[in-house]
Design a protein around this ligand. Structure first.
Ligand SMILES: [Zn+2]
Length: 183
């Protein structure tokens, strides 16, 4: 079980005897180790003879040097671009906390941090189309049931692909009138 089974109760993670095992994936040195492994693989791919488990110190040293150089290059490129084209003033923006301090979404939280009001979860829409009538039917398939068979309420037919047999005299009269008007 990866998720915390006590998530919807008000108990804190320290109070319960089991809090799911997801936190192991995102805590401690796990992500650091994953990054080091990725770096070692990429370096090996690029032709550097390094192995994370066989030579952890070498791998770490290489990684530190690589990250430092990468940052240097990145900042020097950025500086060159700004020097040539200008526009340094656009990079100066207020801190994110200030930018995001105002929002139109309203939400109320309980003491335990659960949402009481507002910010509802989005309703998952059905993958099936709704209220789509076909074959001239005026009701959906499944709107009628008799003797263990599903059908259409409008004509009581129990064949899925049947064409509606209810005569709509009103519609026909209307259509005739329309045609006469055209003539
Ligand atoms: Zn029908």
């Amino acid at each position: 079980m990866r998720e915390n089974p006590y998530k919807d109760t008000s108990k804190e993670a320290e109070q319960v005897d089991y809090a799911g095992e997801n936190f192991i994936r995102f805590s401690g040195d796990t992500s650091k180790h994953a990054q080091a492994q990725m770096f070692a693989w990429e370096a090996q791919h690029a032709g550097v003879d390094v192995h994370l488990l066989a030579e952890p110190t070498k791998a770490e040293k290489l990684k530190v040097a690589y990250v430092g150089k990468k940052e240097d290059i990145k900042s020097s490129i950025q500086e060159n671009i700004l020097e040539r084209y200008g526009g340094k003033e656009h990079l100066r923006f207020p801190p994110k906390a200030l930018l995001l301090a105002q929002t139109e979404q309203y939400a109320e939280y309980s003491r335990t941090g659960k949402i009481i009001k507002g910010a509802d979860k989005a309703v998952i829409s059905s993958r099936y189309e709704e209220d789509i009538y076909f074959n001239n039917h005026q009701s959906v398939w499944g709107s009628y049931w008799k003797d263990g068979q599903w059908g259409f309420r409008c004509c009581h037919l129990t064949l899925r692909n049947s064409y509606c047999t209810v005569e709509r005299s009103k519609d026909i009269e209307e259509g005739k009138k329309q045609v006469l008007r055209w003539l």
